[in-house]
Write a protein that binds this ligand. Structure first.
Ligand SMILES: [Zn+2]
Ligand SMILES: [Zn+2]
Length: 154
């Protein structure tokens, strides 16, 4: 299937907010930052990064929580499902990073890195050999490859 016609879809738990993406994401990664953890309630979040014009929302208007200057965290105002990290003030352009677990077929979005690795909960790591970055994956400093098993309790 060619890049322009590649479509993926997803939405919140109750189905009120739906989205469709066109084309491939520019990155898929796990994020350990404090803000993603608060937004999702999970020890890490996995995001697929799309340009804003690759994403089309439908159904109910999504709620937006302004988590930082120029950054919105979108969610379903009905069921509370976290949907995206969005910004219009980014050196990479208008970005809509969607939570991979909200896609109808998340199997096809395969993470290639970890971001904000030093912010992770110390008892948590993942059993993959992917690169772990200090901050953002794009242009960020590399911390290590693979889990920091020496830091884990027991
Ligand atoms: Zn919902
Ligand atoms: Zn994050």
């Amino acid at each position: 299937m060619d890049e322009k016609t590649l479509q993926k879809s997803g939405g919140c738990m109750c189905g009120a907010v739906r989205f469709e993406t066109t084309g491939e994401p520019s990155a898929v990664f796990h994020c350990h930052c404090h803000s993603c953890r608060k937004h999702t309630g999970a020890p890490m979040a996995t995001l697929g990064v799309f340009k804003a014009d690759q994403v089309k929302f439908s159904g109910d208007e999504r709620g937006i929580h302004r988590s930082a200057p120029g950054v919105g965290r979108a969610f379903c105002a009905n069921c509370g499902t976290p949907l995206s990290w969005e910004t219009a003030h980014n050196t990479f352009g208008l970005v809509c990073a969607l939570h991979v677990s909200t896609f109808d077929d998340p199997d096809t979005l395969i993470p290639s890195a970890h971001s904000f690795y030093p912010e992770r909960i110390p008892w948590f790591d993942a059993a993959d050999n992917l690169p772990r970055y200090e901050g953002f994956v794009i242009g960020g400093a590399l911390v290590r490859h693979g889990p920091a098993i020496e830091d884990l309790p027991g």
